[in-house]
Design a binder for this molecule. Structure first.
Ligand SMILES: [Zn+2]
Length: 150
C-alpha cells in the first residue's frame, strides 16, 4: 500500500491504542505507532522511508524480512530494549503490525516467515489503484469519527 494509506491506518490504530492503553503521553504513543506503521517500507528504495536509508533497501528484498513476523518481533523487542517500556513497545508493535497486515491484503502480499519460508500471504488489493484512494478517504473518515465521536 501507499505511504499515506499506511500512515493514516497507523494513526487510526494509534487512536485505538491510546483508548486501550491510556498512556500518560498520548502524543508520544501515537508518534511511535505512526512511525512504526511506515517503517517496514525501509526495504523499498523508492519509498518515503527507503529513500532515506538506501543501503537497507539495497541489502534487503522488498517485502522480505522487514515485512515478516520475525521483523515485528525483533523490532518490538529492540524498542523494548531501548525504551524499557512495555507501553511504548506495544505502540511500536501495533503500528508495525498494522503495516504488515495492510500489505498482506495486497496482490504482492508479504512473506510472514521470510527468510525461513518463502510462503506468501496475499490478497487482491493492488497498491496505488483508484480504489486505494477510496479506502484512504474511508480511513480518514474513520479517524475523524474516532477523534470526535468515539
Ligand atoms: Zn510495505
Amino acid at each position: 500500500m501507499l505511504f499515506k494509506t499506511h500512515v493514516v491506518f497507523g494513526f487510526l490504530v494509534a487512536l485505538f491504542g491510546v483508548s486501550y492503553f491510556h498512556p500518560d503521553n498520548q502524543i508520544l504513543f501515537a508518534f511511535i505507532t505512526v512511525f512504526a506503521s511506515a517503517l517496514p517500507d525501509i526495504d523499498h528504495p523508492n519509498s518515503v522511508v527507503g529513500r532515506k536509508f538506501r543501503p537497507v533497501s539495497f541489502l534487503f528484498e522488498h517485502r522480505g524480512f522487514f515485512h515478516s513476523f520475525f521483523a515485528i518481533a525483533l523490532f518490538t523487542f529492540l524498542t523494548y530494549g531501548l525504551s524499557g517500556s512495555v507501553l511504548y513497545s506495544s505502540a511500536f508493535l501495533i503500528g508495525y503490525a498494522s503495516h504488515i497486515l495492510a500489505d498482506a491484503i495486497t496482490d504482492a502480499g508479504i512473506m510472514p516467515f521470510h527468510p525461513i519460508l518463502k510462503f506468501r500471504l496475499k490478497g487482491f488489493f493492488r497498491t496505488g489503484a483508484a480504489y486505494e484512494y477510496i479506502l484512504l478517504v474511508f480511513l480518514v473518515c474513520f479517524v475523524l469519527i474516532k477523534v470526535f465521536y468515539l
